[in-house]
Design a protein around this ligand. Sequence first.
Ligand code: GLC
Length: 727
Amino acid sequence: MTWQPASRHSQQAIHPYIYRLRFGVEEFRPRRSWNVTLLEQDCPSAFEWDGLQLRHTDFGTLLRLRQAPDWRMVTLKELPELLARPGDALPEGPARQQIRLVLQRDLEAGYYALGQRMSSMRRDPGVYCNWSLDLPAGHYRGMPSLYQAHPYLVAHRPGLALGMFLNSTWFSRFDLGHGHEDEIAITTQGGEIDLYVLAAENPADLCALLADLTGRAALPPGWALGFHQSRWGYQSQDEIVSLVDEFRQRQIPLDAVHLDIDYMDEFRSFTFHPQRFPDPEGLSAGLREKGVRLVTIIDPGIRFDLHSGYPVAREGALHGHFLRNPDGSPFSGYCWPDSALFTDYARADSRAWWGEQQRSLTERGVSGIWVDMNEPAVFSSPFSQGFSQQNPIPLATAQGAGEDSTVHAELHNLYGHQMAQATYEGLARLRPEERPWVLTRSAFVGTQRYAAAWMGDNQSWWEHLALTLPQLTSMGLSGSPFVGVDIGGFFGNTHAELFERWMEQAVFYPFMRNHSALGTRAQEPWRFGPEVEERVRGHIGLRYRLLPYVETLAWQAHRHGWPLLRPLFYDFPLDTEGPLYEDQAMFGPWIMLAPIAHPGHRQRMVYFPEGRWYDFWSERFVDGPGCQVWPAPLGQMPLFIRQGACLPVVGLRQSTSEPVQKNIWWLFPGPQSSQGLRINPEGEEYHVCLSSGQVCFDPPVAARVVVRRDRHRVEMEVDGDESVVCL
Ligand code: GLC
């Protein structure tokens, strides 16, 4: 069928710098209960829309339509990227209405964001789809979608950072100059384009606008910023206890251990295996005494077991919390427990019920919940019979209730988001005194309100290590600041050099976890010999020394939406070279990392943006802008501190549960004054200012200050307890 003009449109400023453009096939539908945007009201602004162009008096023209928006009917055949189950079809109604918006592509701008991708950070001409998938073939460069869907594009050129959020949970596709070099074609199902245009002067302000629109990231509890150890295949409680003892005996800091599906009783979510994990309360209490928290995995596929007394399946079925087939029978699909039932997280009562299920974990002392397989991943044959393909939930499966009843095709991209929401809200209700911590694999724009995320099942390959920085910095630009990847790689066997290089850069992952697949070689930090262990102990130790700085960045991510790990152009938006260097990143405003992601490399080219940069490891410094070849021996990844930094640090601890003995500042004085900020775990701000050799504290310090000089660094140690030190 040919394209027809879209007959509905509306426009509205909802913030001085956010404009909403809507184009539809029919009457606009009322807001869904799961809508992720938070701003609705009209707001005075300086936007001007003439039907084809959007301008803002501060920035000039922001976007230009190439043609009037239009729509057509489509079939599933035309959407191969959905990888729907064989024989499936698009349900009747809006799922078949594909609507299109074609914009002029600014050839001067760089395009970024669009969430989780296995490709360069700069979204080169290409096609990017938004549809949550767990691909059995694994990750490969340029794949159309991964586990998460972020229909949010950023265009940047010096002086303008523009965000475009397509508020559609249906399948969507962004063609960036692929069909036509000078066009961006955005298409989605659902019969409506609901586009939010965010305009800012620089990327930091743009991230703040996105947080205003889609919510602030949940602030993680302090322990979650430490080091996490995980593995699919830790078989028993005894193994976990020995693992933690080994960390302690080897003096390698550790804050959390993750239990993968091995802990469950025949893969029943919310159970512990009676023989292998007989005493979860004892396990979590014992670990906690050693300063280590327990995190347990939970999968949405609930074992289809209504007769053995498994209360989760029975109650869920009795109260109608699971997805149903069109004939009203429960929908079942294969996952780890073979046949499984899937909670309908689009229903508020089902989310509340799911939240309540966390009690069986919190009562046993579990601190954090890791929600997995929530794309959702459904296998084509029972897991007990070996490897299988994906066989996703049929697109017409009913979801939601009452006025919000719809089909899975509309909610597929939100399944992980709403599972994370239900889990987070459950934890908040069950343990109001603690900040919930949820880790999710699938997500949508806005999931940052509920969960941190990891990037799923990568491989122990150099190529995947190299893709990590572009992937994580893109997540930060897409509104998701608390992110990490499996250190060492998930599938395949890692080896000493790869593992070590991975650990070097992981010091700066907002979420830092070593994890690997069942059957792969063991990759705890001591598995590669004493020399590697020694250096890796140093890397994890550096993370622990930097924790006050990490906590400060975490607060800023929570309050302002600023990502912890970000591309160079974020901190140097006027630098036209910065965007080219995707294998470097900033960790907050003061630390620049230039990691090694290639075998055998012992030096690399580093780009230095404007300013003076101190080598973290030597006496050297460089004045940017410019490039230099820099040495990178094992254990000393190129790492630079920007002149003027005052970094809040702390003495080495083995866990964040150990009391802070000494508050320390590392000053890297600049020619003018230097400013430092620490936000402590309670959210209180401490400022330090260094000017003409004088240090001022705000609030003032009533304690002894010890000053030491070490190369370019002035170390200032402030003695006293937390209440007196006031740093
Ligand atoms: C999925 C997860 C992985 C986990 C495995 C077993 O593949 O992505 O992290 O180890 O399931 O639960």
